[in-house]
Design a protein around this ligand. Sequence first.
Ligand SMILES: Nc1ncnc2c1ncn2[C@@H]1O[C@H](COP(=O)(O)OP(=O)(O)OP(=O)(O)O)[C@@H](O)[C@H]1O
Ligand SMILES: [Mg+2]
Length: 361
Amino acid sequence: MEAVVVDAGSKLLKAGFASPDQDPALIMPTKMKRVVEDGDGGDASMIEEVTVDPVVRGFIRDWDAMEDLLRHVLYTDLGWEVGDEGQILFAEPLFTPKAIREQLVQLMFETFNVSGFYASEQAVLSLYAVGRISGCTVDIGHGKIDIAPVCEGAVQHIASKRFQIGGIDLTNLLTQELRKSNPLMNIDISEVEKLKEQYARCAEDQVAFEETQRTWPKETHTLLDGQTITIGREGYIVGEALFQPSILGLEEYGIVEQLVRSISSVSSENLRQLLENTMLCGGTASMSGFEERFQKEANLCSSSIRPSLIKPPEYMPENLSKNSAWMGGAILAKVVFPQNQHVTKGDYDETGPAIVHKKCF
Ligand SMILES: Nc1ncnc2c1ncn2[C@@H]1O[C@H](COP(=O)(O)OP(=O)(O)OP(=O)(O)O)[C@@H](O)[C@H]1O
Ligand SMILES: [Mg+2]
């Protein structure tokens, strides 16, 4: 049986048996609804639905919910059988605290009885997916932006940076902007998120962005309940926020400047190789016009070494940048498990959860 690879993101869990060059078999929301029965049960009016978010800003925060989610994914969706569980590899976000790594390996061996475990950092895995061991990833997901330079398969933590901004903040920004132009609009956050994915875009440059705010390009959109709203300039504001975080009320540099600044502490002999192998990944980076704007700003950047983007290999699926951490995990799983580099049940029983720091790096 192939190992299972899991990338549990703040919005989407990607999971499936390791099959490099393919999309993960399962891409599903991490958020779940838990039904809480109030009182003596049975009466529908007493049942309350509570939303639970196992992963917040990249890290597992609700372990009971995570256990429920993984149980569903592994046994129901992927067909593991109790008593015959397979091996599993997790794609870990940047700066995962040691305690979370340990709790995960403990959950896997003690509750799920897995036969082997491995964890590797998302930045390293995303580069494997494009056939690299060195480069710099800019992962713009739902709960965070991670900038991580990687040299020869090792994340340079000192030069890496995490920003607590992601797709969720852009969704909130879009809600706020749409309310200004459509004051009567009645809409829930999941519908705004879909509108964001459809209408958010990056202007060619700042001048073009300002033009969109003057000329008010407008499209009409019919919401699920039949209301009609207008949307246009709001979509550009959402895209611009990645290049001008002051739109979100943050005193940060735009994403290109951040990249150059973050990794300037890497030794100069590596700097060129890293910046010239920049990889954009994560769902938010697939926003229309983002890559073009990023490259345009990179070309204008004042530093002597300018970032340039990795071209994904043609044989990889179209969604590579959205699922690159999972795909790199599938590539790595094909190496670590057959070569016995993973944490085995014996290792775990002998050393306990701290084994994860010795074996997985
Ligand atoms: N075309 C698009 N335009 C803008 N945003 C998009 C687009 N497609 C997907 N997204 C956004 O990408 C985000 C999901 O990306 P991704 O799957 O990388 O996040 P995640 O891995 O769940 O979160 P994280 O890595 O931050 O924990 C969501 O906010 C989603 O709305
Ligand atoms: Mg992610």
